[in-house]
Design a protein around this ligand. Structure first.
Ligand code: UVW
Length: 324
């Protein structure tokens, strides 16, 4: 099929999401953090109440791995360059300090979405408006509205719940393009012996990012189509009614890349992030945490995250910390 035949009959996001609910204005005309507003001090306490042993997990993937980092096709992986090290001091090109101090320095060049990261609410849009109704023109040059900065200033603390959809389906990782719905999440939670509560930070393991490290790059990126949640009006209503503040997954895009029903690419970035203001956290390492949760039966925990404070950024790297 040619690209034109493939896209013929595909609705625009405007058409697909015409009746989709929005949280615009709910937290005021100047709001930039959306559903993270649900994470009140009571929610932090609810998360803290889940701490039983104090065991902690960091959820970022390595950055600038010589074997490669999983990223969205078209982006480049991070390049860390050493610009000062012992050699400079051996050949006398290093700065001199009283006391003979020496040091190493690095520069990194990377996409802000090129590793474990929070998307800014203004990162994606359609119909000339970003989250909360701000004009798409506010993204020109840098995000003047709904950038990642207010999210970073706020930080994220709440009760996290891990749903291991791969384990639920008896697989190490979901297949390319494999989808699941909110009903599958509820069924998987029930199989794990847990209940997803209102305002939980939802972590979903598909095994996909973990599989990157065991798969040839060409095979991983072949016909790029990640597994993930798939759009339906009912799913959007479920997320809205559950007041989910933050969706965290071990995929690059947090949703199936192309909705198999409508043919639209990344509709949930728009239905959930742009319209409901749900924070998206992507490329997260969940395999070790899932292994531990499966062995001790504790799938809920305190989740904390502080993305970097990039002024005007469309996203920012993050290394979330979970405490059980
Ligand atoms: C794109 O920006 C295409 O995706 P993501 O939000 O997953 O980084």
């Amino acid at each position: 099929m040619t690209e034109t035949e493939e896209t013929l009959g595909t609705p625009t996001l405007q058409e697909l999401l015409r009746d989709s609910p929005k949280n615009w204005g709910k937290w005021g005309p100047e709001d930039e953090v959306g559903s993270l507003n649900y994470l009140t001090v009571e929610e932090a306490q609810r998360g803290a109440a889940e701490i039983r042993t104090g065991k902690s997990f960091t959820l970022a993937i390595p950055i600038g791995n010589p074997e490669g980092d999983p990223i969205w096709p078209g982006r480049k992986t991070a390049v860390r360059t050493n610009v000062m090290d012992r050699r400079n001091f051996l050949c006398g090109t290093g700065p001199s300090f009283n006391g003979d101090l020496e040091y190493a320095d690095d520069v990194i060049t990377m996409y802000l979405q090129g590793t474990s990261q929070y998307d800014a609410l203004g990162h994606m849009w359609y119909g000339e408006k970003i989250y909360n109704g701000y004009a798409a023109e506010t993204t020109i040059g840098s995000l003047k509205k709904a950038s990642v900065f207010p999210i970073a200033e706020r930080g994220i603390v709440g009760r996290g719940i891990l749903i291991d959809i791969a384990r639920f389906r008896g697989k190490a990782a979901l297949e390319r393009g494999e989808t699941f719905s909110h009903e599958d999440l509820v069924a998987a939670a029930s199989a794990q012996g847990v209940t997803i509560h209102k305002r939980d930070i939802l972590l979903i393991r598909t095994g996909w990012v973990g599989s990157y490290y065991e798969t040839e790059e060409t095979e991983f990126y072949r016909d790029f189509l990640e597994p993930g949640l798939t759009y339906s009006p009912q799913l959007v209503e479920w997320f809205r009614d559950m007041e989910i503040p933050n969706l965290v997954t071990d995929t690059i895009g947090n949703e199936v890349t192309r909705d198999p029903v409508s043919g639209v690419d990344l509709p949930l970035h728009n239905a959930l992030m742009r319209n409901l203001g749900i924070a998206f956290t992507e490329i997260i390492a969940l395999d070790k945490l899932a292994e531990d949760c499966s062995s001790d039966g504790q799938w809920t925990f305190l989740y904390t995250a502080a993305p970097m404070k990039i002024v005007g950024g469309s996203g920012a790297p993050v290394n979330p910390v979970v405490i059980k």
